[in-house]
Design a protein around this ligand. Structure first.
Ligand code: DGT
Ligand code: CA
Ligand code: CA
Length: 361
């Protein structure tokens, strides 16, 4: 049976969240900044609203460059508040999840659901579901999103991307090729600048040309696996099932104000990070067997240490104490200063309640 997949992507996600929390910035360029904490302006742009994008201000450029592009224009620069964005993301994922038992979160602001058995081949029903989801997200969180519907994950995602913000694009099987074929190959998910360049040298510009290119030619230039991907996806074929991925680790990382070997500073940072990790663990009702630390040194080298317990735990104290011990012994062996501090917990199992007993030891 032909599958039907619905893909949701929140529009200018971090910036939209800030906008709904402070209506006064709505008509300005909004730049969400990932400050590195070094000098006042060092860091990169995480995202921007659509007003800022008109001036070329987008994810990945430096904050300095964004300030230059927006100089003299009404704009606000806001430090990214990941805890807020993650908690809103969780709320939205819980809304989407209700619409199908086959749910997959793809990133902080993207998810897809398989609605094949719900709509029974009728794309009109699919449209109704999309509208219901859009309305519920608007009503509950006051956020807009773009939705795409198609016969697989790839087409649903590309459909959602093709009409933003607040779009709804429906591509039943008969419309897939007319949608894909005229587009430039760089619009195909998975075709980055390198592949785009190589395809250009092969005189392949459109997705149609890629779909009609001999597979052996593609294999010669891209290797077996990627060639097959290019061959199939350019014809709109994608067999990846929608499948919920279990989280396999929860971690946080922080850039210190300055490189240091001072344990009292690192100790405090660990406490703050541990509390964040612990909150997420509780939200997902998980217990862990392993605690790990990451130290990124002044020369950008990255070192990891882990401790694995015999039994599962779910206490904040164990996260804090274990990562502090790991850091202390690491500092004793390492002469270089630390630039970034990270902690994580992993080897999860579901919290049955019984493991809580161990926390009183
Ligand atoms: P859209 O979907 O084009 O309307 O805009 P966004 O902002 O939702 O972009 P998207 O879906 O690519 O990314 C979702 C969020 O992930 C975005 O709001 C901020 C974050 N993000 C995306 N790209 C970057 C990046 O290069 N650096 C950092 N730090 N965060 C990023
Ligand atoms: Ca988005
Ligand atoms: Ca996204």
């Amino acid at each position: 049976m032909e599958r039907v997949v619905l893909h949701i992507d929140l529009d200018y996600f971090y910036a939209q969240i800030e906008e709904i929390h402070d209506q006064s910035i709505q008509n300005k360029s909004i730049v969400i900044c990932q400050y590195s904490g070094r000098t006042e302006d060092s860091g990169a742009v995480a995202t921007t609203n659509y007003i800022a994008r008109k001036y070329g201000v987008k994810s990945g450029i430096s904050i300095k460059q964004a300030k230059q592009l927006l100089s003299g224009k009404a704009s606000v620069f806001i430090a990214a508040n990941h805890e807020l964005y993650e908690s809103i993301s969780n709320l939205i994922m819980n809304i989407i999840r209700k619409y199908s038992s086959k749910f997959e979160q793809l990133s902080i602001d993207e998810a897809c659901i398989d609605i094949t058995s719900i709509i029974d081949g009728n794309y009109e029903y699919a449209k109704d579901i999309a509208i219901k989801i859009k309305n519920e997200i608007k009503q509950e969180e006051n956020l807009i999103c773009s939705v795409g519907i198609g016969p697989n994950k790839l087409i649903a995602k590309m459909a959602a991307d093709s009409n933003k913000p607040n779009g709804l694009t429906i591509l039943p099987p008969s419309k897939v090729k007319p949608f894909l074929f005229p587009q430039n190959v760089k619009s195909l998910y998975g075709v980055g600048p390198k592949t785009h360049f190589k395809l250009k040298t092969l005189k392949i510009e459109t997705i149609e040309q890629l779909a009609k290119c001999n597979l052996d030619v593609l294999i010669k230039h891209f290797g077996h696996k990627f060639a097959i991907y290019l061959h199939l996806s350019s014809s709109g074929v994608d067999d990846e099932p929608v499948r919920e991925k279990p989280v396999d680790q929860i971690g946080r990382i922080f850039t210190l104000k300055e490189d240091t070997k001072d344990f009292t500073i690192i100790k405090q940072t660990i406490e703050t990070l541990s509390k964040d990790v612990y909150l997420q663990l509780q939200e997902q009702n998980l217990t862990f067997k392993s605690v790990g630390i990451t130290a990124i040194l002044e020369d950008m080298n990255t070192c990891q240490r882990t401790k694995t317990f015999e039994i599962s735990h779910n206490s904040l104290d164990i996260i804090i104490n274990t990562s502090q011990k790991l850091f202390l012994s690491f500092l004793n062996q390492e002469s270089k200063k630390i630039r970034r501090v990270g902690i994580k917990v992993f080897h999860f199992s579901k919290n049955t309640g019984q493991t809580k007993l161990f926390d009183f030891n």
